[in-house]
Design a protein around this ligand. Structure first.
Ligand code: ADP
Ligand code: MG
Length: 728
C-alpha cells in the first residue's frame, strides 16, 4: 500500500474543526494591535503626534529629536501589549515580507538592563541585506541596505513583536523593495490628479489612490499537502489526473462554507481585526476547496501592506487548523486558478471618489475626465501593464492552454459606451451654448449617480469598470499588489499631466472656456483610445484575433511580457515621474527574469524527481504484478493462456510505452536545462527555459497521468486530485 498517501488521508478524515471563541465584537477588536491615531494621542507628546500627522498628510520629514519621542511612546505602548522585540517590516523583491527582530532589551552595566528603543532605531535599521535580490544594484563589497520607517503606514504588533512598516533601499538610495516605487508613484498621481481635480473644485489639496483587493486561495489539508512533493516545494501540483468530478456542477461557488474552513476563516478574521485589516467578505470560489477574502478598500499604500500582511497571517493561522494555503495562480490543471483582483480608484481629501458619477453635470464631467484619462492611460501603456502582472506562476493563468489570453482591455458597459459615443461627436473648437446645454443635460447629465447597481458585469475583461472603480483582474494571487499599483498610478499620473497641459494650452489667453477645452481634449482621447475598449468575451479566440488586428499586445509568457519594462519610452515614463530610475528598472527586470528562471528550473527538477522516483517505480511494480499474473495464467492454461491474458499483456505493453516516454523526456529535459544554464544573458536564459524546457512538463505529465489511470489505486503513491480537492 502507498503508506504516506493513505496515512495522510486517514489523518485528514479524522480532523475536527478547531474551536474559535468570539467573545468580543469585531468592532471592538478592530485595530487593537495597531499604533493608531487615538493610541498616538495617548502615548505621544503633542509635538510628536502632530509631526506624525504632518508626515502623513504632506510627506514632511520627521525631525530626529522628535523621532526619539515617538519611539519612546511607541515602545511604551508596545510593552503594554506584551511586545519584547521590534522589527522593521518590509517587502523585498523576493515576494514575501521580511523582518529581523531586535529586543528592546539593553544592558546598562553593573548587571542592570532596561527596555530601550531610540529614535534612530525607529527611523532606520540595517539588516544584513546581501542575500536579498538586488539585480546588481548592490555589489557584494557594498552589501549594505537600509530599511527606513514609512510613517504613512501605522506600526502594529504581531505576536510579541512591534512591526514598523519600512522601505528598503540600497546604500546609494536605490529601491530594493516594492514599497519605495509605490510611494513615489502615489506621490506622482497625487500631484497630477490634484491639479486636474482643481478644475472642478478649488478646495481639493490631495488625491489618494484607493485599493480594495480580493484574495483568492485554495486550502488543502496539511497532511495531504505533505504527501505531495510538488505542493510542498512548488506550491502547485505538477502532475495528477483530473478527477471524474471537477467544478462542472458549479456546486461550490457561494455554497455553504465547510466547517473546518469556516473555523479557519473566523480565526483569520479575528487576527485581521486585531491588526486593523478591515476584512469584510468571505466566500467559496468557483473551484472545489477554493475561497476568497476581501476587505473594505483603503488608501493604496496601506492596502498593499495589509495584503502582504494578510498573506503572512493566512499561512500562520493555517498551521493551527492543519491547512496549507495555496496562493499559486494555478495549483491544479483543469480547475480554476486564483487571482487577486485589484479594485482601484482615486479619492480626494474632500471625500469625493473621482471615478464615481455625481449628482450634477459638473460632477459628472469630473467623473468623465478621470474615467477617460484612465482608459487613455491603459490604452497607451497596455503592454507595460501586462508586464507588471507577469510571473512564472501567473503564466499558467494567463495566456496558457486553459487560460484567458493575456490581453489587456477595458470593459465599461453599454451605458457608458453610449456616453462616450456621444462625446466623440462634440464640435471641434468652441462649443455653441446650445450644444453645451444639450451635452450637459442629455449626455453628461444622464449618467446616473448610482451606476454601481446598473453597470453590466463582464468577468472576462482584464480591466473592467465596475460602477465607481476599475477592477484590474489579471493580477495573480501570489503577486504583491505594489507592482500593478505602482504602474497603474504612474501611467495615470503621466496621463493626467498630459491632459492638464493640453487643456491649459487651449484655455491660455482665454482662447477657449475651460469646459470647452475639456470636452475637446476628451473627445480626442476617446477616439485615440478606442482600441483598448472591448465589451465582448475576453476569453474567446475571436477576441484574440480581433486584438491582433487592433495592434494590442498579447504577450503569452513572462520573458516576452517583461520586455516592455525595458523600452526607452517606459524608462522615460518612470524617470520623468521620478518613480524609478534606469538602474532600478534594470535591476527589477533582471530580478524578475532570474525569478522566472529559478521557478521553472525548480519545477523541472521536482517533476523529474517525482516522475523517476515515484511514478516509474510504481509503474514497474504494477507491471510486475501483471507479469506474475500472466505467468500464472500460462501455468494454468498452457497454450490457451493468450486468450485469457490478452488485456493484461496490452496493459504491460502500455505501461512500458509510458515509462519510455517519461524517462526519455526527463533525460532530454535535463540536457536542455544544462544548455540553458550555460547562457550568460538572463533574458536569453529565461526564453530558453520558457520555450525549450517547459514544454517537457506537458509531455512528461501526460504520460504520468495516463499511468495514474492504469495503475492499482492501492499502490499509487501520490495523493490524487479528487482527494486533494474533495476531502474536507
Ligand atoms: P464585487 O467586485 O465582488 O462585486 P464590490 O464591487 O462590492 O464586489 O467590491 C469589491 C472590492 O472593491 C472590495 O474590496 C471593495 O472594498 C473594493 N472597492 C469598492 N469601492 C472602491 C473604491 N472606490 N476604490 C477601491 N476599491 C474599492
Ligand atoms: Mg470583484
Amino acid at each position: 500500500m502507498a503508506t504516506l498517501r493513505f496515512q495522510a488521508l486517514k489523518e485528514t478524515l479524522n480532523r475536527k474543526p478547531v474551536e474559535i471563541e468570539e467573545k468580543e465584537r469585531r468592532s471592538e477588536l478592530f485595530g487593537r494591535n495597531v499604533f493608531t491615531e487615538s493610541v498616538m494621542r495617548q502615548f505621544l507628546t503633542k509635538e510628536a503626534f502632530q509631526s506624525v500627522l504632518e508626515a502623513n498628510a504632506t510627506g514632511k520629514k520627521i525631525d530626529r529629536t522628535i523621532a526619539d519621542h515617538i519611539s519612546t511612546g511607541m515602545k511604551e505602548w508596545a510593552i503594554t501589549k506584551g511586545a519584547t522585540h521590534y522589527t522593521h517590516w518590509f517587502q523585498p523583491l523576493t515576494g514575501t515580507t521580511a523582518e529581523k527582530h531586535d529586543a528592546f532589551f539593553e544592558t546598562i552595566g553593573d548587571g542592570l538592563a532596561i527596555e530601550k528603543f531610540g529614535g534612530g532605531q525607529l527611523v532606520q535599521q540595517e539588516p544584513d541585506a546581501s542575500s536579498f535580490p538586488h539585480g546588481g544594484i548592490r555589489n557584494t563589497f557594498e552589501a549594505r541596505g537600509y530599511t527606513a520607517w514609512d510613517p504613512t503606514s501605522p506600526a502594529f504588533i504581531y505576536g510579541t513583536t512591534l512591526c514598523i512598516p519600512s522601505v528598503f533601499v540600497s546604500y546609494t538610495g536605490d529601491a530594493l523593495d516594492f514599497k519605495t516605487p509605490l510611494l513615489r508613484a502615489l506621490h506622482a498621481v497625487d500631484s497630477a490628479a490634484t491639479a486636474v481635480a482643481k478644475y472642478f473644485d478649488k478646495n481639493v489639496t490631495k488625491v489618494h489612490a484607493t485599493l480594495g483587493w480580493e484574495q483568492e486561495y485554495f486550502l488543502i489539508d496539511s497532511a495531504l499537502a505533505a504527501s505531495r512533493p510538488d505542493i510542498q516545494l512548488a506550491g502547485r501540483t505538477l502532475l495528477g489526473h483530473s478527477p471524474a468530478k471537477g467544478q462542472q456542477l458549479d456546486d461550490h461557488y457561494f455554497g455553504s462554507i465547510p466547517s473546518r474552513v469556516l473555523s479557519y476563516m473566523r480565526d483569520l478574521e479575528k487576527e485581521c481585526m486585531l491588526l486593523g485589516v478591515p476584512v469584510k467578505t468571505r466566500h467559496n470560489e468557483v473551484a472545489p476547496n477554493q475561497f476568497e477574502l476581501a476587505p473594505i478598500f483603503e488608501e493604496a499604500n496601506l492596502a498593499v501592506d495589509h495584503n502582504s500582511l494578510l498573506m503572512d497571517i493566512m499561512n500562520r493561522v493555517a498551521e493551527r487548523h492543519n491547512f496549507v494555503v495555496l496562493f499559486h495562480e494555478k495549483p491544479f490543471a483543469g480547475i480554476n486558478g486564483s487571482g487577486k483582483h485589484n479594485n482601484w480608484s482615486l479619492s480626494t481629501d474632500t471625500g469625493v471618489n473621482l471615478l464615481g458619477p455625481g449628482s450634477t453635470p459638473m460632477k459628472n464631467l469630473q467623473f468623465l475626465t478621470f474615467f477617460i484619462n484612465t482608459i487613455k492611460a491603459v490604452h497607451d501603456h497596455e503592454e507595460l501593464l501586462r508586464a507588471t502582472i507577469a510571473s512564472a506562476t501567473n503564466d499558467y493563468r494567463l495566456g496558457a492552454n486553459e487560460a484567458p489570453p493575456a490581453i489587456i482591455s477595458t470593459f465599461i458597459g453599454t451605458q457608458l459606451t453610449e456616453v462616450l459615443d456621444e462625446l466623440e461627436k462634440v464640435t471641434d473648437g468652441k462649443l455653441s451654448p446650445a450644444e453645451k446645454t444639450e451635452l450637459k443635460l442629455n449626455v453628461v447629465g444622464k449618467i446616473p449617480e448610482i451606476l454601481l447597481d446598473n453597470t453590466d458585469r463582464n468577468r472576462t475583461s482584464s480591466f473592467a469598470f465596475t460602477g465607481n472603480k476599475f477592477e484590474f483582474r489579471a493580477v495573480g494571487s501570489t503577486a504583491n499588489c505594489a507592482q500593478p499599483m505602482t504602474v497603474l498610478n504612474t501611467i495615470v499620473a503621466h496621463q493626467l499631466k498630459e491632459f492638464k497641459k493640453e487643456v491649459d494650452g487651449l484655455t491660455k489667453g482665454k482662447k477657449m472656456k475651460k469646459d470647452d477645452a475639456i470636452f475637446n481634449v476628451l473627445r480626442e482621447y476617446i477616439k485615440q483610445s478606442k482600441n483598448i475598449r472591448f465589451e465582448g468575451d475576453g476569453y474567446s479566440e475571436a477576441w484574440e484575433k480581433e486584438a491582433e488586428k487592433r495592434g494590442l499586445s498579447n504577450n503569452k509568457n513572462t520573458p516576452q511580457a517583461l520586455k516592455a519594462m525595458m523600452t526607452e519610452k517606459n524608462i522615460a515614463l518612470f524617470e520623468n515621474l521620478k518613480v524609478m530610475n534606469r538602474v532600478e528598472i534594470n535591476a527589477r527586470h533582471e530580478i524578475e527574469l532570474e525569478d522566472y528562471i529559478m521557478k521553472v528550473q525548480i519545477e523541472s527538477r521536482i517533476l523529474g524527481d517525482i516522475a523517476r522516483n515515484h511514478v516509474i517505480p510504481t509503474a514497474i511494480r504494477y507491471q510486475n504484478i501483471l507479469i506474475k499474473n500472466v505467468r500464472g495464467l500460462k501455468e494454468i492454461f498452457d497454450e490457451g493462456f493468450t486468450e485469457h491474458s490478452k488485456e493484461q499483456l496490452e496493459i504491460i505493453k502500455e505501461i512500458s510505452r509510458h515509462i519510455e516516454k517519461i524517462n526519455s523526456g526527463i533525460t532530454e529535459m535535463i540536457e536542455v536545462r544544462k544548455k540553458a544554464n550555460k547562457l550568460e544573458d538572463a533574458e536569453e536564459k529565461a526564453i530558453m527555459y520558457c520555450d525549450e524546457v517547459k514544454p517537457y512538463f506537458e509531455t512528461i505529465r501526460y504520460h504520468c497521468d495516463k499511468l495514474e489511470l492504469l495503475i492499482d489505486d492501492e499502490i499509487w503513491p501520490l495523493t490524487k486530485y479528487r482527494e486533494l480537492l474533495f476531502t474536507r
